[in-house]
Write a protein that binds this ligand. Structure first.
Ligand code: C2E
Ligand code: MG
Ligand code: MG
Ligand code: MG
Length: 277
């Protein structure tokens, strides 16, 4: 096809790029339809107190099952949802579902848990985020202390705006954490400026504790630094007893990962909670 267009024909897009663009458009259409057709679900992964072994929180993770394409990973569609702005309605839906589910667990009589919801940069930068969160808490009747928002270091681009928004959320009683901590290439000075409660050590460090002594050193150092700053630390991606042991020895507060449970449906998590009581 390139040949047919002749030598002097300036080609901006190669056929490969056309292919990529139409793939993207297809996925975007799919996202819109998926939202209308109710193809999304929220899964939940428990967060465990390292000392007591009790479940103290749950992270909400979106799942998309397309009728023809099957399961699509959030790592594939969340970036596109961000780019197209669809993350706004999708994120609002996830927040509602997660708060609602948490309230159901509380009404069922489980000890109250904190529900952690991922907020991407674009969502964080939307100007009515605080109102949206506040409205959702009212509608679901969830006490703000049982909601945590997971933010990434990328929201720090506009730090003045970020601080104001975080202060408003904190004033409501909501917990704030930094997700994927240590992967964002940002200066550490934001840690003293931002009103956050905890750091989540990225999975890439946790999974390498025994493979690379430098990762072990980083994990140890992040925990110590967080404690010196009066922040709690949770390690993501804990898959083995040995990793848990390492974290416990270094006073990491919480752990989350396949060792305890994969992300599961709300019903399955209810069973998990029942079994651990
Ligand atoms: P994240 O927030 O860092 O979530 C942790 C990811 O690690 C999840 O992948 C989870 O399933 C996976 N994981 C947890 N424990 C283990 C483990 O022990 N081993 C391994 N190999 N993986 C583990 P998931 O669910 O595919 O989500 C990927 C990312 O997509 C999330 O990373 C988050 O950045 C984003 N995401 C997911 N749900 C939402 C959402 O509702 N809203 C937004 N804005 N982003 C979301
Ligand atoms: Mg997260
Ligand atoms: Mg993470
Ligand atoms: Mg991640």
């Amino acid at each position: 096809r390139v040949k047919e267009q002749g030598k002097n024909n300036f080609q901006f897009y190669t056929p490969d790029m056309n292919e990529a663009v139409s793939q993207k458009m297809k996925l975007e259409m799919g996202l819109r339809k998926g939202l209308e057709r109710g193809e999304f679900k929220v899964y939940y992964q428990p967060q465990i107190d390292v000392i007591s072994g009790k479940v103290i929180g749950v992270e909400a993770l979106i799942r998309w099952q397309h009728p023809e394409w099957g399961n699509i990973s959030p790592d594939e569609f969340i970036p596109l949802a961000e780019e197209t702005g669809l993350i706004i309605p999708i994120g609002e839906w996830v927040l509602y579902e997660a708060c609602h589910q948490n309230k159901i667990w509380q009404n069922t009589g489980y000890p109250p848990l904190r529900i952690a919801v991922n907020i991407s940069s674009r969502q964080f930068q939307q100007n009515n985020l605080v109102e949206m969160v506040s409205k959702t808490l009212k509608e679901t009747e969830l006490d703000p202390q049982y909601l945590e928002l997971e933010l990434t270091e990328s929201i720090i681009q506009d730090s003045k705006y970020a601080i104001t928004t975080m202060q408003k959320l904190k004033a409501m009683g909501i917990h704030l954490s930094i997700d994927d901590f240590g992967t964002g290439y940002s200066s550490l000075s934001y840690l003293k400026l931002f009103p956050i409660d905890s750091l989540k050590i990225d999975r890439s460090f946790t999974s390498n504790i025994f493979a690379d002594s430098k990762d072990a050193a980083l994990v140890h150092t992040i925990i110590a630094m967080a404690h010196n700053l009066d922040l709690k630390v949770i390690a993501e991606g804990v898959e083995t007893q040995e990793q848990l042991h390492f974290l416990r020895q270094r006073q990491c507060n919480e752990a989350q990962g396949y060792f305890f449970s994969r992300p599961v449906s709300g019903e399955e998590l209810s069973i998990f909670l029942k079994n651990r009581l």
